[in-house]
Design a binder for this molecule. Sequence first.
Ligand code: FAD
Ligand code: NAG
Ligand code: NAG
Ligand code: NAG
Ligand code: NAG
Ligand code: NAG
Length: 590
Amino acid sequence: MIEMNSQKGFHCFKLLAFWISLTIISLVRCTPPEEHIKCSSSSSNTNCTVTNTYGSFPDRAVCRASQAMYPKTEEELVSIVANATFLKRKMKVATTTSHSIPKLMCPDGENGLVISTKFLNRTVSLDESAMTITVEPGMTLRQLINVCAKSGLTLPYSPYWWGLTVGGILGTGSHGSTLWGVGSAVHDYVVQLRIVTPASSNEGYAKVRTLRNGTDLELDAARVSLGVLGVISQVTLQLEPMFKRSLTYVARNDSDLGEQVTTFGRQHEFADFQWYPSQRKVQYRLDDRVPTDTKGDGFYDAMGFRSTPSLVVALLRSTEETEESLRDAVGRCANGAITTSLLETSRFGLTNDGSIFNKYPVVGYNNRLQSSGTCLDSPQDGLITACPWDPRIKGLYYFQTAVSISLSKVKDFIQDVQKLVSLNPMALCGVDLYNGFLMRYVTSSSAYLGKEEDGLDFDITYYRSKDPMAPRLYEDFIEEIEQMAFFKYDGLPHWGKNRNLAFVGAINKYKKVNEFLKVKQLYDPLGLFSSEWSDQILGLKDGITTMKPGCALEGLCICSQDAHCAPQKGYFCRPGKVYKDARVCTRSQS
Ligand SMILES: Cc1cc2nc3c(=O)[nH]c(=O)nc-3n(C[C@H](O)[C@H](O)[C@H](O)COP(=O)(O)OP(=O)(O)OC[C@H]3O[C@@H](n4cnc5c(N)ncnc54)[C@H](O)[C@@H]3O)c2cc1C
Ligand SMILES: *[C@@H]1O[C@H](CO)[C@@H](O)[C@H](O)[C@H]1NC(C)=O
Ligand SMILES: *[C@@H]1O[C@H](CO)[C@@H](O)[C@H](O)[C@H]1NC(C)=O
Ligand SMILES: *[C@@H]1O[C@H](CO)[C@@H](O)[C@H](O)[C@H]1NC(C)=O
Ligand SMILES: *[C@@H]1O[C@H](CO)[C@@H](O)[C@H](O)[C@H]1NC(C)=O
Ligand SMILES: *[C@@H]1O[C@H](CO)[C@@H](O)[C@H](O)[C@H]1NC(C)=O
């Protein structure tokens, strides 16, 4: 008992150190994220590897490209695509941010080419009367928000993290949270887009296609393209006049969460939820537009997106690793509860004026509340501080399951999760270290690979071991929720997140997939922008999952035999506890 308490005290100390340093660290500069394309011959940019922001793909494989190119204009881009098409070379677009988890930016084969949008980050034009902006695809969300704000305009809904590019956001259908207006996905605000695609020899092997909203049906393929149609070279977005909003987080128990989610999003324009199922607690985000003369200059600098001392992150990571190796559920739950309460005390990073939090509501301009990411800030400090998941430090390393469930089914899903948690209330404490389940509203789209119906997107972040063969504490619970979401409730996976199994059969949930494939055939008949992974998720090739020892631990398969789990460590393939059709790696003595 004494030991338990002192252990709790120690956790508490470490977490406190973490949050205290997070709050003071905004004064300190951090090391910017790494280059994701690295070429062994840097003069010619040949013999390259490409990775994502976590430095690791779902199958942990290394992605190679024989060459990287950095066009500075659309003209150069056309010439690059033409030459590669002439040579029948495989191509992929890579971004400076590279934030997608799956292998979307990886070209196939020995002679693959990656085309970086690094130098395509300018504003092409801004039309104040039409309230539209035309930008190049490598522009980051942060840049976009700032440029629009300078002209008194704003993109009403956006992802919550600055470090994504416009091209990448469209590529995977990224979104913020709302059920209102045109909806939460950036791709639904596209009024025109230019895309460079392969072409026939008499067209010079490449051409620019201009797609306009309301006129060109092909735009509904290009809005969410997974990068397989060609290179988007310009995007025109519909904006609105800048507005203010008023935000309050309110904590409640989760008893009626299933009912609440179906109505709350109609009541509050920017509603979302942070759900801590093991604590039976939810933070409701009451967030609405207010008149621009409402007082307040609020700022949201989300805690998890701040630059953090590498030593503190390493300490957090070791604590998590120790809890895993000792299967210390009590310690994990204590940590989870402390994390939640510290986040709440720090108001998740909200301030009323950019420096101090006094009281709710936090009122401010949309551009200061919609998205954040101060850990992107530049000057080098040799990794004394960094984004918490930076792979160059001993950082956080995790899986992310992101699934949208239609509003008509979401209540039953939530109640199933609650049933599961009631079987072992400690089982989901691990997600509290990552601020619980983030739940955001998503909206049906005309995009062929956009959402089919209005729904609620669940972002679930959880520990991943550096050892692919290591089972995780209560992994059966999260695996069951994952399978329930995708297979019992027909959830749609976020194209830029998730473990491989999430994509099994996913494409069949899109009614317009054939229309998408027709446009792909028209734009890129040789499949030069396609890869094994894109063919697999588009249902053109098998092999999303692979059956091999330990595969279920990493989400590379759904287990069907004990060997797919870790039988030597006591984890066996068993049916789910609530969703009996699930097959999950369960710890048992037998
Ligand atoms: C910390 C963090 C926070 C996140 N927050 C959110 C969030 O709030 N909401 C949300 O929905 N998602 C979120 N995501 C997921 C993220 O939005 C997607 O993974 C997004 O696709 C990443 O954008 P990127 O610019 O890094 O593109 P990449 O991951 O590099 O590329 C994504 C795809 O787009 C293609 N592509 C990129 N540019 C072009 C182009 N010019 N032409 C054609 N194809 C192109 C690429 O080839 C690739 O297929 C988050 C991810 C992280 C790591
Ligand atoms: C390519 O780079 C790898 C390391 O990334 C190196 O091992 C290999 O020798 C290089 N190949 C050539 C042809 O330069
Ligand atoms: C494309 O090929 C032509 C002719 O081989 C060459 O002159 C040109 O530099 C190439 N362009 C690029 C961008 O590689
Ligand atoms: C555009 O990208 C270049 C290269 O990464 C960078 O130096 C420049 O600062 C960027 N422009 C803006 C406005 O961020
Ligand atoms: C695109 O066109 C459709 C149909 O014409 C219209 O309903 C929608 O509002 C337009 N989108 C934008 C962002 O203008
Ligand atoms: C949850 O909160 C409601 C009031 O918001 C209350 O009526 C109910 O008893 C609470 N349930 C539990 C289990 O605490």
